[in-house]
Design a protein. Structure first.
Length: 262
């Protein structure tokens, strides 16, 4: 499936809404899309400008002024965050450092279905409080986000699940211990994977590959296109490409810390 640049950007924007908190608001201003999540003002991806074009040294000051005006309701200790899409990897502005993220897709029928092999564990759809509690514990072993945000984000995924917008699946052992987990949520005819994570001692055994491809077959019942993201150059990006996901654009994020925090 060949995408024009306009189609690619539209697909990426739709996919980002698929697993966004239900309360996230998106507004259009000249030159950017603004996202706000008022219940968690420190939410990295939920309080930002998604620029139509890349930030540059020449226009950054003007964008920062507009950002401060729009987010005047936030306290000053929160960083300023801009992101934008590029058709090519590492197409960033000279003098601006940030993070590049692969945005990859799989169209219907492009990735072979693989099911979880005997001995790896068995598949569950989250349905109990213990499943969500275990997800929080698993994420705390892998990400430096802190407990407060991790619990808030898990509650956000749970709300999406309860609203019928998708589900969280996991692989558990015989004792019900969560070994690997992934969310899958929908927007229009697009599905997005969220939070692919494996227990540290079980990595390298094919759990994530098995879970992603198994859940992928379930997602096809609701959406023709599945999207997954990973930081450029990461093991996760290499894994998803090996499964058959195709990079179609790149998201660049620029976070500017408030004065006095560096």
């Amino acid at each position: 499936m060949a995408l024009s640049w306009q189609q690619a950007r539209a697909l990426a924007l739709t996919a980002e809404l698929a697993d966004a908190p239900l309360e996230l608001e998106r507004h259009r201003i000249e030159g950017a899309v603004v996202e706000t999540t008022r219940s968690y003002p420190g939410y990295y991806s939920g309080n930002r400008f998604i620029l139509d074009e890349r930030a540059t040294a020449a226009n950054l000051g003007a964008w920062m002024a507009r950002y401060r005006e729009w987010f005047s309701w936030r306290r000053g200790e929160y960083p300023t965050l801009f992101s934008w899409y590029e058709p090519h990897a590492n197409a960033t502005s000279i003098g601006l450092n940030g993070v590049d993220v692969h945005v990859m897709y799989a169209a219907e029928g492009e990735i072979p279905v693989r099911h979880i092999a005997p001995g790896l564990g068995h598949l569950i759809a989250f349905s109990r409080e213990s499943h969500w509690q275990q997800l929080v514990g698993l994420e705390l072993t892998a990400y430096p986000y802190g407990e407060a945000f991790t619990r808030w984000r898990a509650s956000s995924f749970r709300a999406l699940t309860d609203a019928g917008r998708g589900a969280y699946h996991g692989i558990v052992n015989e004792d019900g211990r969560l070994l690997c987990a992934v969310g899958s949520y929908y927007r229009e005819n697009v599905a997005r994977f969220a939070g692919v994570i494996t227990s540290p001692e079980r990595r390298g055994r094919g759990l994530a590959s098995a879970l992603v491809t198994d859940v992928l077959s379930r997602m096809r019942r609701r959406a023709n296109t599945q999207v997954i993201v990973a930081e450029s150059g990461s093991q996760a990006a290499a894994l998803y490409e090996s499964l058959g996901f195709t990079p179609f654009c790149y998201n660049h994020s620029l976070q500017i810390e408030p004065p006095g925090t560096l």
